[in-house]
Design a protein. Structure first.
Length: 178
């Protein structure tokens, strides 16, 4: 199974996220392949290194602006897109599962594009949010407000899975295609 990991590429994030996500990656990339934004820093780099360590396929996707990043990576497949929007579309198309972990604006953008694409029936792949150390609590609260105040239909809640438990995330992913 190919798992897209949307997450931080920054190294300067709190260690608690690195430590927790490293445990998740260790479990996921024993048997799954990685689709990622083609950068070897932060959580993204931890996922990349774990996939390499386990000799898994690594599909790197980045916009033309950052294509030089491929020079330092060992991807099974390299895809260069025209821009960020095309990159996100390609990330979603190349994977079987979208997994979102703590990250910045890019990660949130990827998450919302995935949610909107799924809401618009452009794809029907699982979207998983790992609420590591409560990172997404405020975002999830915001989404609940959108549902409660009828800015979008609350059935959208059923289009993604949220957990703060590594084993639950791994079990959920493993059950998807068994």
């Amino acid at each position: 199974m190919k798992i897209f990991v949307g997450c931080s590429s920054k190294n300067e994030i709190p260690n608690k996220y690195k430590e927790e996500c490293a445990i998740l990656f260790e479990k996921l990339f024993q048997t799954n392949d990685l689709v990622f934004g083609a950068y070897d820093g932060g959580l993204m780099g931890i996922s990349y290194n774990e996939a390499l360590k386990n000799k898994r396929d690594v599909i790197g996707i980045c916009p033309d602006l950052y294509k030089e990043d491929f020079k330092t990576l060992q991807c099974t497949k390299e895809i260069i897109t025209k821009n960020i929007s095309e990159r996100i579309d390609t990330l979603i198309l190349e994977c079987d599962v979208c997994l979102f972990l703590p990250g910045g604006l890019g990660t949130v953008n990827e998450l919302f594009m995935a949610l909107e694409s799924k809401r618009s029936h452009e794809f029907n792949k699982p979207i998983i949010i790992y609420n590591c150390c409560g990172f997404f609590d405020d975002l999830l609260s915001f989404l609940n407000k959108i549902y409660e105040e009828n800015f979008t239909m609350d059935y959208i809640k059923d289009s993604y899975y949220v957990s703060n438990n590594i084993d639950e995330i791994v079990d959920y992913i493993m059950k998807l295609f068994n």
